[in-house]
Ligand binder design. Structure first.
Ligand SMILES: [Zn+2]
Length: 179
């Protein structure tokens, strides 16, 4: 495959579906670039990173509910992760951790059920595979960040994720987070 040039057209082709989720139009993206690229080396990667940061900031400011906030955070971190890994070819486990933390918070905020968090490793590395299918409380997962950790030795970056399992009482009744 020929190496793609990372220019404004590449950015538009690759990211317009994502940007439009935040109400941005192609005109916005091209227009901001004009302003942004004045008086600086206009690297498209830097511009993209600037947009990611702005989206994080704006969505945090404008979200009206926790659900909204974490949904947007998760979307943005996942896009950042994809960019770091697929385009820049770095592990970016620190971004995976941010993406996973927002995934955990988002999932908790969207349900009234008490959930446990299960690690799904799928042949990541010996360390993560050891954790496969272990279950944790969400508070512990947020505190300890089991995945994308320094112990993960996958050279391409940790590719594990969490699954969410509703908790049940002795009578197999689902536990609500309000009980
Ligand atoms: Zn791993």
């Amino acid at each position: 495959m020929p190496k793609k040039t990372l220019d404004l057209d590449w950015l538009i082709t690759e990211y317009m579906p994502f940007f439009s989720e935040f109400g941005m139009t192609e005109e916005n993206v091209r227009g901001y670039y004009e302003t942004w690229s004045k008086n600086r080396p206009a690297l498209i990667k830097d511009y993209l990173w600037f947009i990611f940061q702005s989206l994080l900031y704006e969505s945090a400011k404008q979200s009206k509910t926790e659900q909204e906030l974490y949904k947007y955070q998760n979307m943005i971190y996942m896009e950042m992760l994809w960019f770091r890994r697929k385009v820049e070819k770095v592990k970016a486990n620190e971004i995976l951790q941010l993406a996973l933390a927002s995934l955990v918070r988002k999932t908790i905020s969207e349900t009234n059920l008490q959930l446990k968090v299960e690690i799904i490793s799928g042949n990541c590395c010996p360390y993560c595979d050891n954790l496969n299918q272990q279950m944790f409380f969400s508070e512990d997962v947020l505190k300890n960040q089991y995945l994308g950790s320094r112990d993960c030795t996958n050279p391409k970056g940790c590719h594990c994720t969490y699954a969410f399992v509703p908790m049940r009482d002795e009578d197999a009744k689902l536990l609500s987070s309000f009980s």
